[in-house]
Design a binder for this molecule. Structure first.
Ligand code: SAM
Ligand code: DTB
Ligand code: SF4
Length: 340
């Protein structure tokens, strides 16, 4: 047994805690790598299927021209990033894309809009999209900015399973990145989503120039929520030209990323941890270590919203070589041979 006195041991691997402090998170983070990975794997195996990865697909249903000033984002109207603003897509096009994502092996479809918050008339259209995607037999997710309680209730009624709304970073680093809405605004939206009975997808970004303490502070914030988010996306900043984060960004050491994923797994034992943006920069070996540390979800598809993601064929090959089951693998298997 290692010597992190305050950290619960393997007898408590199913325990959901909401009382993490930074020192404890730091002590875990600094464990010898093998000890940290052993803890993360033990917790992963006790709570989830360690050989399964969830595959989600993303679609930008309304791109660019966003009034918020998130310093990492290609879609903010505050910066000249070369991303063209579009109108809200038509429902039929969204449903066609969702069907193609399902055929390609995605089990969840996430509809993203570059809004500060949806207008009620736009929400009518999104509710129609949610109903139609749900009818395809996919899990539905949306990320539309801030929501009122009434808007969250309407999305739930339409069949929305998950809402993505990230805290993005630590409370201390937050206002170096975003000034047009506060962390408290985000927490309010998350409360509305919970009250409506929608599952929460909430995480953040690393590689924007934050310190390790900020990354851990972000995990402490997430893990101390009254209920852990069901999905925790960990995004590695996908480079975008023209945004302020370019001046501070530093790609994290790959081992630091694996350690952070392990911490997310240990602190939120039953949550799905998604290795989200930034996989385009990761080697197969780094992704394999992240899966071993407890990541169990990825986005598939060659683009995320405006930036690149690995080719689906490469993902299928990697998961196959690792013996990881997913809908992506199932969708690629040829039909079982028929006996005469
Ligand atoms: N506009 C909505 C909002 O921000 O709430 C929804 C869409 S927004 C693109 C969703 C999340 O994507 C952001 O909160 C951020 O964490 C992540 N994100 C945006 N740009 C990114 C980038 N270049 N690299 C990594 N993650 C990014
Ligand atoms: C999340 O945490 N990551 C996704 C999803 N939620 C909406 C977005 C990643 C965006 C990457 C940047 C882009 O493609 O523009
Ligand atoms: Fe707008 Fe969302 Fe991008 Fe922020 S992250 S600028 S809210 S699209």
């Amino acid at each position: 047994m290692d010597d992190v006195a305050k950290v619960k041991t393997n007898q408590d691997i199913g325990l959901l805690r909401h009382d993490w402090d930074r020192e404890e998170a730091e002590a875990l983070y600094e464990l010898p790598f093998a000890d940290l990975m052993f803890r993360a794997q033990s917790i992963h195996r006790a709570n989830l299927d360690a050989n399964h990865v969830e595959t989600a697909s993303l679609l930008s249903i309304k791109t660019g021209g966003c009034p918020e000033d998130c310093g990492y984002c290609s879609q903010s109207a505050h910066y000249d990033t070369g991303v063209k603003a579009t109108r809200l897509m038509a429902q039929a096009d969204v449903v066609d894309t969702a069907q193609r994502a399902k055929d390609a092996g995605a089990s969840r479809f996430c509809m993203a809009a570059a809004w500060r918050n949806p207008k009620d008339r736009d929400l009518d259209v999104v509710c129609g999209m949610v109903r139609a995607v749900k009818e395809l037999g996919m899990e539905t997710c949306a990320t539309l900015g801030m929501l009122t309680a009434a808007q969250a209730a309407r999305l739930r009624e339409a069949g929305l399973d998950f809402y993505n709304h990230n805290v993005d970073t630590s409370p201390e680093f937050y206002d170096k990145i975003i000034t047009t809405r506060t962390l408290a605004d985000r927490i309010d939206t998350l409360a509305h989503v919970r009250q409506a009975g929608i599952k929460v997808c909430c995480g953040g970004i690393i590689g924007m120039g934050e310190q390790v303490e900020d990354r851990l502070g972000m995990l402490v914030l997430l893990a101390n929520m009254q209920e852990h988010p069901e999905s925790v996306p960990i995004n590695l900043w996908n480079e975008v030209r023209g945004v302020p984060v370019n001046d501070t960004a530093e790609r994290p050491d790959p081992i630091a990323l694996v350690r952070l994923v392990a911490l997310a797994r240990i602190m939120m034992p039953k949550s799905v941890v998604r290795l989200s943006a930034g996989r385009q920069y990761m080697t197969d070996e780094l992704q394999a270590l992240c899966f071993l540390a407890g990541a169990n979800s990825i986005f598939i598809g060659d683009v995320l919203l405006t930036t690149k993601n690995p080719q689906t064929a490469r993902d299928a090959d990697l998961l196959d070589r690792l013996g990881i089951r997913s809908r992506l693998g199932e969708s690629r298997k040829s039909p079982a041979p028929q006996l005469p």
